[in-house]
Design a binder for this molecule. Structure first.
Ligand SMILES: [Zn+2]
Length: 418
């Protein structure tokens, strides 16, 4: 491959164009952050989706707001409930161009309405506000890079599908099929806009993530008159929790964490239902299979108790994204590209997960922290670093240029996925 750390004339031009877009990128990020889009706030999601669609109409692309199917949630009563989230925004351009990419981002945040709404300057180039970094700022950077790219001479050589989702923070349960489909319609490289760290470091390998709900049924009885007739679902659940936590340290890189036990009621009733809710993380497909097998095994142990039945809901909704040859080659290419604008980019492995896991599982190598620099995400101290809008949009712009003119051989990297 060509030396990606050298800037061409097209590269200088895209960098200048992006500098001119700085306040544009920042102002629209603040506007979007003022609209609350907590993952369960359907009304807020419905308000922001068309505004995002309008913003992306600056591109030479087709824009669709697509209604999603309801997905299943296990209620505290152990019943399956349906939740319908907001629209998936799909933006597509030039499906016949030589190079094809998928880009993704999410417009939901972890903040329910009225929990964290204010935007304030922290000084030192930082602003605090909900979703400024994760990831309304990232969506804005993606758009800025594409606006500048499409104004340049390489536009016709690159096509894309962008998927902007309403439900990333809760696991992409409704939008995952859209990511998979877009990834599998010819995409060679994926670019996702989660924030990078405030040091500028980006994510390398990612573990896979599972969410499980184990629903256990026993038999209720009056605790005073007929305790012996009862079969406590909570007792079975408690023993399962201990066994799950004991799995930590048993398999390299695999962790389990029980988040809650639901069930039971008054102290004079033997509880006939309990739900054990837990997560698991695993670094590769084999260890994810091991973790899943352990869960099945523990369910059997619970069911072997007299009068206890149950079932498992959930599993690995985001497969692992290990640092394979294709990923490493792409990270190296991104790092070289960063050098063209004076960045020394580091890629750090993490237990966190994102849409990059889904895109990898669909067979497309990807880099998933192309968004703004920020920190304290998922807390009311979330902040964005203002100078990173231009820097990170330029990084993306240069990547688009390199993929379009073939200096970055996207097809070759994709082929390394095997
Ligand atoms: Zn995010």
């Amino acid at each position: 491959m060509a030396d990606l750390s050298i800037k061409t004339r097209d590269d200088d031009e895209i960098c200048e164009h992006i500098e001119a877009l700085e306040s544009n990128m920042q102002v629209r990020t603040f506007d979007w952050a003022k609209e609350n889009t907590g993952s369960w706030n359907r009304a807020g999601l419905d308000k922001l989706a068309p505004r995002l669609g309008d913003a992306f109409s600056a591109l030479d692309a087709k824009i669709e707001l697509i209604k999603t199917d309801p997905f299943e949630k296990i209620s505290n009563k152990g019943t399956v409930e349906a939740f319908e989230t907001g629209a998936v925004i799909r933006i597509s351009a030039r499906p016949d161009a030589t190079s094809q990419i998928i880009m993704s981002g999410h417009y939901d945040t972890v903040f329910p309405p009225e929990t964290f709404t204010d935007i304030q300057a922290l000084g030192d180039d930082k602003f605090n506000g909900p979703g400024l970094a994760d990831m309304k700022g990232g969506i804005s950077v993606m758009l800025g890079a594409l606006q500048a790219f499409e104004a340049g001479p390489l536009k016709d050589k690159l096509g894309y599908q962008i998927i902007i989702t309403p439900d990333e923070e809760t696991g992409n349960f409704a939008s995952a099929p859209f990511l998979t489909k877009a990834a599998q319609s010819g995409a060679m490289i994926g670019m996702t806009y989660e924030p990078c760290m405030d040091t500028g470091a980006m994510s390398g390998g990612r573990k896979g993530s599972a969410v499980f709900d184990v629903i256990l049924h026993g038999r209720s009885a009056h605790a005073g008159r007929a305790k012996e007739d009862g079969r406590s679902a909570l007792e079975a659940a408690a023993s399962m929790v201990v066994a799950l936590e004991n799995l930590n340290g048993k398999h390299d890189g695999v962790t389990f964490n029980v988040g809650s036990i639901d069930g039971g009621s008054a102290v004079n009733i033997v509880p006939d239902m309990a739900i054990v809710r837990f997560g698991a993380r695993a670094p590769d497909a084999a260890s994810a299979a091991w973790a899943t097998a352990q869960v099945d095994e523990l369910l059997k142990v619970a069911q072997a108790r007299d009068g206890i039945s149950g079932h498992v809901h959930g599993g690995f909704y985001r497969p692992p994204k290990p640092r394979n040859d294709a990923q490493q080659t792409l990270f190296d290419a991104v790092a070289d590209t960063g050098r063209a604008i004076g960045l020394e980019l580091e890629f750090v492995d993490t237990g966190g997960v994102c849409e990059g896991n889904n895109i990898f599982a669909a067979g497309v190598p990807n880099v998933d922290t192309l968004g703004v620099m920020g920190g304290r995400i998922h807390s009311d101290e979330e902040y964005v670093i203002m100078s990173s809008f231009v820097e990170r949009a330029q990084l993306s712009g240069l990547l688009l240029n390199r993929i379009a003119d073939g200096r970055l051989d996207a097809a070759k990297i994709k082929a390394m996925m095997g």
